[in-house]
Ligand binder design. Structure first.
Ligand SMILES: Cc1cc2nc3c(=O)[nH]c(=O)nc-3n(C[C@H](O)[C@H](O)[C@H](O)COP(=O)(O)OP(=O)(O)OC[C@H]3O[C@@H](n4cnc5c(N)ncnc54)[C@H](O)[C@@H]3O)c2cc1C
Length: 464
């Protein structure tokens, strides 16, 4: 049995950022990561000179503390990528964000007119007859109009989430678009006025060797003073009703007991509840059982050709195409493939245990190649290799009623005085990387502030 000051559950960006800040402040920490590498959702897979993220990850932040943190980590060692994305809609390519000509030639003048009329009608209806907006469908129809909902949002959202738009919470949509309205998208596209909206940023920073470099650099920083245990899965948290006393971890076939003074969890919130020993009360477990995550299968296809697209992302709302989005990593950084070669990386949204999740890798790769060829991106004879990566709990699933369930869990967990939560799955929030990092830094700062043994300067800081 070993005892560390702080045990950090999960070595994604939230856990690593917290570990980095605590280690910088002189605190003994141990990061426990179930996978064989750190980075979680923001890791980069490498094989035979090809590299890819688990879905292209662009870094963008409005948070000065996180921006400073990235500059400390990378200095000038980041490339700037110009965003270029398209939607493949009913056999046509539409530029996104909207450009006047692209939007018109993409859907045609009649559909464009229907969209604008639907938007005007929705705005009027919202002013005259304001109604409660419960679901994603309510929210999008009220803000964008029914034609745009039916043309784009419905199919894409149902593909991503795997449930009807009537069952997805409106609150999530409002959070996600962060002030984006069709009006502001159009103003941005036509007039280029006003501050760039987070969802429409034209340029972003990217590490030359993939987004996983952030986690690798954090790992190196932490390991100067503290251990990171990969391949170490937390299966049980022992508690006395007031404090967490220790965790049980599985490493290969062996179980180990670890004790700590404080605990920071970034593993999926529902998994944390399930791992508590003694069990959480029945109503807490019932709420946890009704909070779900959406899982993801990434299928990458390595190619004997220079480039297949000129895009950063391409979206596929149509149900006839099995993937919802693809990206070409060499359009982000040329270092992501050997010279003269490239790769396409597709995202298939699914639930663990469904037909996609359970399909054999060869079957997933074959179907992906088939559709990429049909779309005109590649020829089958150019395919050098393929790879499927399964990612559990990629997205918290914001079903109607999720806030109440989340609140039950957080209220219960609030009783543990030496437990902090952080991160996307850990807090059940739709966090981007900057927010995951920020939540890790905030949790570290809270731990330091609480620790009366730390010098005052370290307690006030937290971020490197
Ligand atoms: C397809 C996709 C595209 C994205 N694109 C972007 C983007 O362009 N820009 C952006 O800013 N963000 C993007 N994100 C979001 C970004 O990936 C996350 O915000 C961020 O990586 C979350 O970090 P985290 O540490 O909170 O969670 P995670 O990365 O989920 O980390 C949790 C860690 O806990 C580990 N774990 C789980 N259970 C256990 C256990 N029992 N014991 C031990 N370890 C365990 C996991 O293996 C994982 O490493 C994207 C996400 C996805 C899925």
């Amino acid at each position: 049995m070993s005892v560390e000051e702080t045990l950090i559950l999960g070595g994604g960006l939230a856990g690593l950022a917290a570990g980095w800040a605590l280690a910088q402040a002189g605190r003994r920490v141990q990061v426990l990561e179930g996978a064989d590498e750190v980075g979680g959702l923001a890791r980069t897979v490498a094989r035979d000179g090809f590299r890819f993220d688990l879905g292209g990850h662009r870094f963008f932040t409005h948070d000065a503390r996180v921006e400073g943190f990235m500059r400390d980590l990378f200095g000038d060692d980041l490339v700037t990528v110009a965003r270029a994305s398209r939607i493949y809609l009913r056999g046509k390519w539409i530029e996104y964000p909207l450009r006047p000509l692209g939007a018109l030639s993409g859907v045609g003048p009649i559909t464009s007119a229907r969209i604008l009329l639907g938007y005007a009608a929705a705005n009027l209806a919202r002013r005259l007859r304001p109604a409660p907006l419960v679901s994603l469908q309510d929210w999008v129809v009220a803000h964008f109009g029914r034609p745009l909902f039916e043309l784009y949002f419905r199919d894409y959202s149902e593909k991503v989430w795997g449930v009807s738009c009537r069952d997805i919470s409106a609150e999530w949509m409002a959070q996600r678009v962060q002030g984006l309205s069709l009006g502001s998208a159009i103003r941005h596209a036509f007039l280029r006025r006003g501050a760039a909206l987070p969802t429409l940023v034209d340029r972003f920073l990217y590490p030359r060797l993939g987004i996983g470099s952030i986690a690798e650099r954090l790992r190196a920083g932490i390991e100067r003073s503290s251990p990171i245990a990969t391949g170490t899965r937390v299966v049980r948290l022992r508690h006395d009703g007031r404090r967490i006393e220790g965790v049980t971890v599985r490493r290969g076939d062996e179980m180990h007991e670890l004790r700590g003074e404080s605990f920071l969890s970034t593993i999926p919130l529902t998994q944390l509840i399930q791992a508590l020993s003694p069990h959480a009360p029945v109503e807490v477990r019932a709420a946890a059982a009704r909070l779900r995550y959406r899982d993801l299968v990434i299928v990458a296809v390595m190619l004997e050709r220079e480039r297949a697209t000129d895009q950063t992302w391409i979206y596929f709302p149509g149900k006839d195409i099995p993937f919802g989005r693809l990206h070409e990593p060499t359009n982000w950084s040329a270092a992501m493939a050997p010279p003269g070669r490239t790769l396409l990386v597709t995202e298939r949204f699914c639930f663990r245990g469904d037909a996609t999740w359970n399909a054999a890798d060869a079957e997933l790769i074959d179907a992906t190649v088939h559709h990429l060829e049909k779309l005109g991106f590649i020829r089958r004879r150019e395919v050098l290799d393929g790879m499927a990566v399964r990612i559990p709990a990629a997205y918290p699933l914001f079903e109607v009623g999720y806030q109440e369930r989340g609140r039950v869990l957080c209220d219960y967990l609030g009783r543990f005085e030496n437990l902090q939560l952080a991160g996307r799955g850990g807090l059940f929030r739709y966090y981007n990387m900057d927010q995951a990092i920020s939540s890790g830094l905030a949790a570290a700062a809270a731990l330091l502030a609480r620790d009366t043994r730390m010098p005052a300067a370290a307690a006030a800081g937290g971020a490197p």
